[in-house]
Design a protein around this ligand. Sequence first.
Ligand code: IDC
Length: 475
Amino acid sequence: MSKKHKMFSICLVIILVIVGIAGFNYANKNYTSNTETTVTPITTSPKTSGALKVSGNKLVDEKGNPVQLRGVSTHGIAWFPQYINENLFKELKTEWNVNVVRLSMYTAEYGGYSTGGDKESLKNLIRNGVKYAENQDMYVIIDWHILSDGNPNTYKEDSKEFFAQMSKEFSQNNNVIYEICNEPNGSTTWSEIKSYAEEIIPIIRSNDSDAIILVGTPNWSQYVGEALKNPITISDNIMYTLHFYAGTHKESLRNEMVSAINNGLPIFVSEFSICDASGNGAIDYNEAKKWIDTLNEHNISYVSWSLSNKSETSALISSNSNKTYGLLESDLSDTGKWLYNILTGENSPNPETNFENNINDTPSENNISENIVLNNSNVQYTTKLENSWVSNGEYFYLYRLKLKNIDSNDCSGWEITIPFNGNIKLSDNWCGNYTVNGNTLKITSVDYNGYIKAGDTIENVGFIVSGNSDLKITE
Ligand code: IDC
């Protein structure tokens, strides 16, 4: 071969290799091709990074190295308690590259803590969530999710009692982060938020001298500039939250965030999604990419709303899927697919490979949905088995109910009795008074859901029971 030919062949090989690599990359390109973002594997975790601190405008590990947390938020835990399960948390850590989970407990909406919600059940869900996060070596945010109550001072007494108890129980944990007010809004000013924070922070500090505390900012946690002008000085390890929904909040909010960061304010994005601010509507992939790039550039931690299968764009799980773990690509919503790609750089989760290692032995059936309609004089109720699993040899069943007042008059209270084919043990319940007698479960209304207008339906009521391996409701 002549020298010229040899050179030509070498060039050809090089070109073919380049084309080959490009082709391979193209073939592997994901459906959200406009979101190519470098994914760094998560190495930050409570075991390796220890208790986090705030240094200047940065979140740092115990040795002072900057860290970024990335993760997901539950929806309201009273609404979607089923996603607080350890298999899912494990999957989030191992499959999704997540190192923080946020537990959102509404104060005023839907079984809200301060508006008649079952305080003990809600606290138990938080306790479970913290325990699962700890077992899976993840950080966990306890979120006092104010929203329609607008001003964090509205239910300040409840908040004091709640954070006193939680921080006492978790004083030895190095993975717990306290978020003391999700999104102040309406006319709530920064000085009102600050005075609230100055009452809550010392309560937490009396049990836990250094946990990270996140403080919301005015206008649904957007006006971080207000906090910058007048930051909280009574304690260290405070961060300020900024929330965005990429379909609504764009460059001007990003600029506000970057400017506050550059001026020294430590910011944590404890909630965001990529649709509009209602949690629904179209996804804006372009803006989403700009946001994620900016967050990564400044090493800002971010947490995506929400771990639920509600039929709304921001829900990460498809409304067609009742799975509470073992999520495949087909179980994810478009937002869920986008997030999976952002967190892992890959397209499809593959959790089956981990099934044999699942915490609760094996799922008996992970996708059960069976409706039974029963009547109790004027109330017709539909029971839906939403999930079941085995834990330490015990069989658990999660049911959710719909109650309809089929009478022509409004009712001011209700009582229903559910017969099972075997004895049951009640393991969790919400939005009712529950008593077990052998194989029957009696549920009576609580003060906030006893009244049902003629013809109206209420949902929210639900429970988890354990029993035999083939437990069923008998008609
Ligand atoms: C939304 C939920 C929706 C629920 C509603 C309650 O997605 O299912 O019905 O709350 O009012 C927030 C809030 C967050 C909102 C979310 C979307 O922190 O609670 O969740 N959002 O509207 N701030 C901006 C958007």
